[in-house]
Write a protein that binds this ligand. Structure first.
Ligand SMILES: *Cc1c(COP(=O)(O)O)cnc(C)c1O
Length: 344
């Protein structure tokens, strides 16, 4: 394991570190045993986020993977199936926990260029009541997805198709506040499209740990039992919940700054002749760029030389802006992009 020695880290918004004010809130958190329901800070976080998203109930989780896992399994029994976009995180990046722990199988449908799935594809994926087929129980959506904020209309169409067929709807809203910021809507409007929503506190919001699942009280009660089953019930977790509360109270507004900085980085890259930055490639806090693999690797090396970590580099790269990249860091990034030599 290596420590990251580069002062500016654009690999992900998960790299954010707790601020002094957040650490103070953590140190001063009132705590109790959350498995007894007695941690006042966890209870406050759960109530607060449920309120922010217009949900009945919430349960604090150790990670987004856990929150999605228990969210999906609060809808699906063993042998059930859920319909999901083929690039979404629950399908691709969560070690297929829904199948491993819950024997719930995913059925993948295409994700469109705007990040949405089509209602017609959802309808076509839903199985008839027939002994040959699994029971289709759930549609799993994602917003933002690869940084793209999916519009409310484009979320509602597949969700309504799913509901008409009696399916539940789960939203992987890891970055739901980035989506609401980009769409200029209340996060409740996004959450209302789904039954259960998983929200990450440890991405752009800047908490060190934690996600929350919100939804109807009966789903959340089942999810709480599943969290215990998965070894995720914590005791004096108020120390961690305090960081999440601090993030929700103080860091949501700053997401707009991350988006604005991402747009500036994208502009600088678009103007640079070494890169083919696909049109519209800054989405919320993420910048996507494509180039030939050798110039991508050279770019990563050049940026590292200027103290900026963009990962290994390659044909397709993602740069992620977050609250630990301030205006001084942005200036360093823009200057480093400017000094990357043009191809011959
Ligand atoms: C980060 C992320 C998650 C959860 O990841 P954890 O690392 O388990 O917290 C889920 N969905 C999306 C889209 C994510 O970006």
């Amino acid at each position: 394991m290596t420590e990251n020695p580069l002062p500016v880290d654009l690999r992900s918004d998960t790299v954010t570190k707790p601020s002094a004010a957040m650490r103070k809130a953590m140190a001063e958190a009132e705590v109790g045993d959350d498995v007894y329901g007695e941690d006042p800070t966890v209870n406050r976080l759960e109530r607060h986020l449920a309120e922010m998203l217009g949900a009945e109930a919430a349960v604090f989780c150790s990670s987004g993977t856990q929150s999605n896992l228990i969210g999906v399994l609060s809808h699906c029994q063993r042998g059930d199936e859920y319909v999901i976009g083929d690039s979404y995180h629950v399908l691709r990046h969560e070690a297929m926990g829904t199948a491993v722990f819950g024997s719930a199988a995913p059925f993948a449908i295409p994700v469109q260029p705007d990040g949405a799935v089509e209602a017609a594809d959802v309808v076509a994926a839903i199985k008839a009541d027939d002994q040959h087929f699994p029971r289709t129980r759930l549609l799993c959506l994602e917003n933002t997805t690869d940084g793209r904020a999916v519009s409310l209309d484009r979320m509602k169409a597949p969700a309504e198709a799913a509901r008409q067929a009696g399916l539940g709807v789960h939203l992987d809203g890891a970055r739901i506040f980035n989506a609401a910021t980009a769409l200029g809507c209340d996060p409740r409007d996004i959450a209302a499209v789904a039954d259960t929503v998983s929200v990450c506190l440890s991405k752009g919001l800047g908490a060190p740990v934690g996600s929350v699942l919100v939804g109807p009280a009966d789903n959340v009660a089942r999810a709480r039992r599943l969290r215990k089953l998965a070894g995720g019930a914590m005791r004096q977790a108020g120390i961690l919940a305090a960081a999440g509360l601090h993030a929700l109270e103080h860091h949501v507004a700053g997401l707009a700054d991350d988006h604005a900085r991402a747009a500036q980085v994208a502009r600088a890259l678009i103007e640079h002749p070494a890169f083919d930055v696909r049109e519209g490639t800054s989405h919320t806090n993420m910048v996507w760029l494509t180039c030939d693999p050798s110039s991508g690797a050279a770019f990563a090396k050049h940026m590292a030389g200027q103290g900026i970590n963009v990962g290994r580099g390659g044909a397709s790269m993602r740069l992620v802006l977050h609250r630990d990249v301030d205006d001084a860091a942005l200036a360093a990034i823009l200057s480093a992009i400017g000094s990357f030599p043009n191809p011959a």
